[in-house]
Design a protein around this ligand. Structure first.
Ligand SMILES: [Fe+2]
Ligand SMILES: [Fe+2]
Length: 278
């Protein structure tokens, strides 16, 4: 984050290249919900995150759009473009999730719990909403970096359309990594709320990703698989090593997400596999 030389206030760094894309993903009628042939538990964990998207991402969109009129002119276009990307993300995940719930209606209880949680968060202040959004973007960016380090491990044995959904989503998370930070900084800049928003977002997202994954392991008859639990433990710990330093750095005065070195694979994939098709 650079500083304004006149008044000493931090200066947002909006990225005007953010744009919404249609990844053209189609799931065949017989598309397997456990879409990873050698690590079905990986599909369960990724699907557990997918089930959460139509709750957390609309919350982020609402939080950003609610304050859009109060943002500086230089920040508003990138903020709204970021919101459009998030809207497209959860719409695509919803299409997949509908299949999950149709096949396993018993998982509907977590849907109701997620809806109630985000209704509760909706009643917090606008300043909290943008702080939570900035924190949730740190969670997502850490996820993108985690996957980028393990692309072959994660997706070599995955169904291509499932891989495309997650690669497209994560690549756009990299692309808009600084947008929510700029909204938070421009709207309130309250660092205490930023830390609270980040802590709340990781706790809420980790909790629901975990319970959704357990539900999916149950329906896939993998809940008592030692290998599944070992892998989940390793993935959780390695993700924590990715997320925690980022969360600490992100909460420091003077930091801007655009200062972080991007992963290499995901932006390249987006450019060559999606942008070139349009
Ligand atoms: Fe997203
Ligand atoms: Fe995002």
């Amino acid at each position: 984050m650079s500083s304004n030389a006149i008044d000493g206030k931090p200066t947002p760094r909006p990225d005007h290249r953010i744009r919404s894309r249609n990844p053209k993903i189609s799931f065949a009628d017989d598309f397997p919900l456990a879409w990873h042939s050698t690590m079905p538990e990986f599909a369960c964990a990724a699907n557990g995150v997918s089930l959460l998207m139509p709750y957390v991402e609309p919350f982020v969109v609402r939080s950003v759009e609610r304050v859009a009129d109060q943002l500086p002119d230089e920040v508003r276009p990138a903020a709204l473009a970021f919101a459009r990307q998030e809207r497209q993300h959860h719409a695509q995940h919803q299409r997949f999730n509908d299949r999950v719930y149709a096949a396993h209606p018993g998982l509907g209880w977590s849907k109701r719990l997620m809806a109630a949680t985000f209704r509760f968060l909706d009643r917090r202040s606008d300043a909290f909403g943008v702080a939570f959004s900035a924190g949730a973007e740190t969670v997502a960016y850490a996820g993108a970096r985690w996957v980028d380090d393990r692309i072959g491990y994660c997706f070599d044995d995955a169904e291509p359309d499932a891989a495309r959904l997650y690669l497209w989503h994560l690549a756009e998370e990299v692309e808009h990594k600084g947008a929510a930070h700029d909204v938070w900084e421009s709207f309130s800049g309250n660092r205490f709320l930023y830390v609270m928003g980040t802590v709340t977002s990781i706790l809420v997202l980790a909790f629901f990703a975990f319970v959704n994954t357990l539900g999916l392991l149950w329906v896939e008859r993998k809940l008592f698989s030692p290998r599944a639990h070992w892998n989940l433990l390793v993935w959780s710990i390695t993700y924590a090593f990715e997320f925690l330093p980022l969360a600490v750095i992100s909460s420091l005065p003077g930091h801007h997400p655009n200062d972080l070195a991007d992963p290499v694979y995901l932006p390249t994939w987006l450019r060559t596999q999606v942008d070139n098709e349009v």
